[in-house]
Design a protein around this ligand. Structure first.
Ligand code: 9PG
Length: 599
């Protein structure tokens, strides 16, 4: 399998029918004129540096710039490791010509915006991966090939694999696309793009991904040194109904449990956007809640969706100018809706507005909110639904890419929270936040159920994004190489209870073992009064094995998934820290489990 340079193209922003300009490219270093822009390319053995300049007299909006390669000498079926866009986006291996991109199935624009860098539907037959990909074919003795972007905080990098269109030359094409999301470039200005690297010819898929992640982490100053995290979270037991009483009851029960962080999830806030005021279910204010947690000897943790605001929240009412705008054909159609959750109310049937993170006052507000919650006593923040500023729309500074908008928001939160705070990204475009977060959720939500049926799919193609423990398992296995290279992995919570759940004891154990082998964060989300001695013994085992795997990751050897390139449901995870798991992802049973005494 070989990448042969074919073309360079650029998609300019002109409404929904963006003109694509293309020029042939044989892999040379040089400058290539495409309409108003010029793309400079400097080709090295494994690494291509590039930039785009605006040669026109006025500003131009650029949707994307791409290096296009032909994939020569490949033996089908060709498999593509598809890294999802954000925390919850399904990540596993797909087959070209067989699998489809979910955006091509119709679907819902908000889901496309949440789960892909480019919210417009992919072309028929195309597969995409974000930030990095690994390709493999069926030729005997062939080794996998990684193609990736050496950064992600300035713009997204989408790898698109398309079947060959030329009848005389049916080889597939791979587009390495710098996605700029219509960011404008002023006349005479140059935008440096993230380098594109490719690597193959020997190492296995895990080694390739670990090596790529290690260099990214090093170049971007990843925060990888936080302690192994053990704690409690309210969400997967109480969901939106959580009360202060539940919190206090669990704090009392927790006396006998080895938790550090005690994290209050969604449900305490007066409104989405009004983070400093508590709801009726929480009579205490934030500092009262933090004191109660601290008084019980735990570290207070708090959930926020910092970039979302409910239409009827105080912040939206008082500062309508802080909201991103929806523009259609250049016409302003009101505040931009970036998510929908009926449980949040908000005055518009659950639709939420997105903060404009390019607006200096909105950024000061975010900085202030983060400083205030840390001051109130919460040094651990779970920052959720943070893809919001990446949604296409009208923003105060049209020169920023979606990645820059998300990153500016996170940078403001970090400034406010201070460098000692522990920031956990969730629902976050992963490429945008290396170096600013301490940890990231790397999969969809678990749920007190193992799997969902096809008939439970809400939006065609996006079943894998819906809460289910099986979905979280897939990403825990397929993204293990990120752990301690880019941040700490949060695989999502353990659920150890055997009542008030549809997750059977065997599935709960399988999930707990996966969390353990991954070395990722171990947060329990149960009403502690429901847990017995067996649950406690399981948690103790998770922590011991998790610490051993985490120690190996600190030494540069995160857990590996040996069947990563085999299909849509990887099943195995192995840590040199001494544990190996083989699951049946369909049923949630454990097929094989072996541990070496980690003590
Ligand atoms: C709180 C929850 C928990 C959870 C987060 C996040 O696609 N969806 O509709 C969707 C809804 C909720 C969700 C993820 C996706 O969960 O991951 O841990 O904090 O918010 O509302």
């Amino acid at each position: 399998m070989q990448l042969v340079p074919l073309a360079i193209d650029v998609v300019l922003s002109e409404g929904d029918t963006s003109p694509t300009l293309t020029t042939p490219w044989s892999g040379d270093t040089g400058a290539f004129r495409l309409g108003p822009v010029e793309v400079h390319v400097e080709v090295g053995p494994n690494r291509t540096k590039w930039s785009v300049a605006n040669q026109a007299t006025g500003a131009v909006g650029i949707r994307s710039v791409a290096l296009v390669y032909r994939l020569m000498d490949s033996t089908p079926p060709i498999r593509m490791f598809r890294n999802g866009y954000q925390s919850w986006s399904p990540t596993a291996t797909a087959v070209l010509g067989l699998d489809v991109d979910p955006s091509t199935l119709g679907g819902h624009e908000l889901l496309r915006a949440a789960h892909h860098a480019d919210q417009r539907p992919a072309r028929a037959g195309e597969l995409r991966s974000e930030w990095t990909t690994v390709l493999a074919d069926d030729a005997p003795g062939e080794s996998p090939l990684l193609v990736g972007f050496m950064g992600g905080d300035h713009h997204d990098g989408t790898l698109r694999l398309v079947p060959g269109t030329d009848p005389g030359q049916p080889a597939p094409e791979l587009r390495a696309e710098a996605f700029l999301g219509d960011a404008t470039l002023a006349s005479g200005r140059v935008r440096i793009l993230h380098d594109v690297v490719h690597n193959g010819g020997g190492p296995g898929v895990s080694e390739l991904l670990e090596e790529w992640a290690t260099s990214i982490g090093r170049e971007a100053g990843a925060r990888t040194q936080a302690d192994y995290q053990v704690g409690w979270c309210s969400w997967y037991q109480y969901f939106h109904q959580v009360t202060e009483h539940d919190l206090l009851a669990n704090l009392t029960e927790a006396d006998r449990w080895p938790f550090d962080v005690f994290q209050i999830d969604d449900g305490y806030q007066a409104a989405i956007g009004d983070w400093l005021d508590t709801s009726d279910q929480f009579p205490s204010d934030l500092s009262g809640l933090a004191s109660a947690i601290r008084g019980a000897g735990r570290t207070p943790g708090l959930w926020l969706a910092p970039f979302l605001v409910a239409p009827d929240s105080e912040v939206a009412q008082r500062h309508p100018d802080w909201l991103a705008r929806r523009t259609v054909g250049g016409v302003d159609r009101g505040p931009l809706r970036t998510w929908w959750n009926p449980a949040w109310g908000g005055g518009l049937d659950g639709y939420m507005y997105g903060l404009d993170t390019t607006h200096p006052d909105a950024l000061s507000h975010l900085e202030h909110v983060a400083a205030a919650v840390v001051d109130a006593g919460f040094p651990y923040l779970k920052l959720d639904f943070t893809f919001s500023p990446s949604v296409d729309g009208g923003y105060a500074d049209p020169g920023q890419t979606p990645a820059e908008r998300v990153r500016s928001g996170f940078d403001a939160l970090r400034r406010g929270a201070g460098s000692d705070a522990f920031l956990l990204g969730c629902g976050v475009p992963l490429a945008h936040v290396v170096g600013v977060v301490d940890a990231n959720r790397i999969g969809p939500d678990v749920a007190p159920v193992w799997a969902l049926g096809r008939d439970e799919e809400i939006v065609p193609g996006y079943l894998g994004t819906q809460p289910a423990t099986a979905h979280a398992l897939t990403n825990t296995l397929s993204r293990s190489w990120m752990h301690r290279n880019l941040w700490l992995n949060d695989p999502d919570c353990l659920m150890l209870r055997s009542s008030d759940t549809a997750l059977g004891p065997e599935s709960a154990r399988t999930w707990a073992r996966a969390v353990a082998v991954s070395g990722g964060m171990a947060l329990v989300s149960d009403d502690l009064s429901l847990l017995d001695g067996k649950a406690r013994a399981l948690l103790d085992e998770v922590i011991a094995l998790g610490r051993a795997s985490d120690d190996a990751a600190r030494q540069g050897r995160p857990a590996r998934c040996p069947d990563l390139l085999d299909g849509p449901s990887p099943s195995r995870l192995h840590s040199i820290g001494g544990s190996t798991l083989e699951t049946d992802p369909t049923t949630g049973t454990t097929r094989e489990w072996s541990t070496r005494d980690p003590t």
